[in-house]
Design a protein around this ligand. Structure first.
Ligand code: ZN
Length: 126
């Protein structure tokens, strides 16, 4: 689980799945699995990061509003908390999401599609 959020390859555990702050390499340098098979693979990670931002805003409001009421500048604090949360959590969430897609069978080497193998029982012989 820790390996997921620090950017290790889910297939072989090699470090360095990321080659930028938020950008993943196209494939693992050690074992060759392709990290992104389809466009839109990372929408789930983005949605999860946004959901965590909403939770963080809720916690911030829960911690500050009861004592002070709806104070001036609250909306700016909430926006700041949301932006800071997304900036901080998107990378570990994306690393974790990579492991989720791997567990779902979407991250594999070329020619090793587990769904394709099961879809053609008998190996596709005539
Ligand atoms: Zn690997």
């Amino acid at each position: 689980m820790i390996g997921a959020v620090v950017g290790r390859c889910p297939a072989c555990g090699a470090p360095g799945a990321f080659d930028g702050v938020y950008r993943l390499r196209p494939r693992c340098a050690r074992c060759g699995v392709v990290f992104e098979r389809d466009g839109g693979t990372w929408l789930g990670a983005a949605a999860l990061a946004y959901a965590l931002a909403v939770v963080a805003m809720g916690l911030f409001a829960w911690a500050t509003v009861p004592g002070r009421g709806l104070y001036a500048g609250l909306e700016f604090w909430l926006v700041g908390v949301a932006v800071a949360t997304v900036v901080l959590v998107y990378r570990p969430v994306k690393g974790w999401w990579l492991w989720v897609t791997w567990a779902a069978g979407w991250v594999h080497r070329d020619g090793e599609d587990p769904e394709g193998a099961s879809a053609t029982p008998g190996g596709g012989r005539p």
